[in-house]
Write a protein that binds this ligand. Structure first.
Ligand code: AMP
Length: 219
């Protein structure tokens, strides 16, 4: 799988991973591999997987490594992932990072991009975030699409995620420190980590990421 362009986006919830993922996938022709989207779709579709994980998602907890590792392994078998994927929200623990390395091989990941944002800005952003249930487009609570409840891109329902409520956000921030922060050191030690400032406009963040990809000769 070393010919593939596989990228990992890391960052706290609300740092802009979703928005940047959609842009990068379009630009570089990558499959968007978002474990959060897969899990939410399963909950919305009331599938056996959805029923298993619903309470964990509602409480802002983490689904088991075993379960998400398998979801990602399966997702890489889809035709659109043949040329590579952009991992969004996975890995979240070092156990998942090790599983991903075992799946893709040592050279399987070309770059890990950490979008950095302080906690107070995360809280501000997440409580006002609304998202299209169908296509994942992100809106602010003051946007027309959020007020009308209808996505401007696909006509899907625009909602507030149950895990974007304040108590769930605090819990997720604590989990980021405990489970995900160690991943930065994991990828730093492999020479794969770059950090971009998330407290900028989406266009500026995209431009910083593209520059990092170019300067590293990745894309
Ligand atoms: P996200 O959209 O990435 O914030 O994910 C939404 C929710 O799905 C998280 O709060 C977790 O409950 C679950 N989830 C998504 N990705 C993972 C993962 N890699 N490991 C464990 N749980 C996950």
């Amino acid at each position: 799988m070393s010919g593939q362009l596989n990228l990992v986006l890391l960052g706290k919830q609300g740092a802009g991973k979703g928005t940047q993922s959609l842009r990068l996938c379009k630009r570089y022709g990558l499959a968007h591999i978002s474990t959060g989207d897969i899990l939410r779709a399963a909950v919305a579709g009331d599938t056996p997987l959805g029923r298993e994980v619903k309470s964990v998602l509602d409480a802002g907890g983490l689904v088991s490594d075993e379960l998400v590792n398998k979801l990602v392994e399966d997702r890489f078998k889809d035709p659109d992932a043949a040329t590579g994927g952009l991992l969004d929200g996975f890995p979240r623990t070092t156990g998942q990072a090790e599983a991903l390395e075992a799946l893709l091989g040592k050279d399987g990941i070309k770059l890990v991009i950490n979008i950095d944002l302080p906690n107070e800005l995360v809280l501000q952003r997440l409580t006002s975030r609304r998202v299209c249930q169908e296509c994942g487009t992100i809106y602010k609570d003051t946007d027309v699409a959020a007020i009308s409840g209808t996505c401007e891109v696909c006509g899907g329902d625009v909602i507030q995620r149950s895990d974007d409520k304040p108590e769930a956000i605090e819990k997720r921030l604590a989990m980021f420190e405990r489970d995900t922060r160690p991943l930065l050191a994991f990828y730093e030690s492999r020479g794969l980590l770059v950090t971009v400032n998330g407290d900028q406009s989406p266009d500026e963040v995209t431009s910083d990421i593209e520059q990092q990809l170019r300067s590293r000769g990745v894309a």
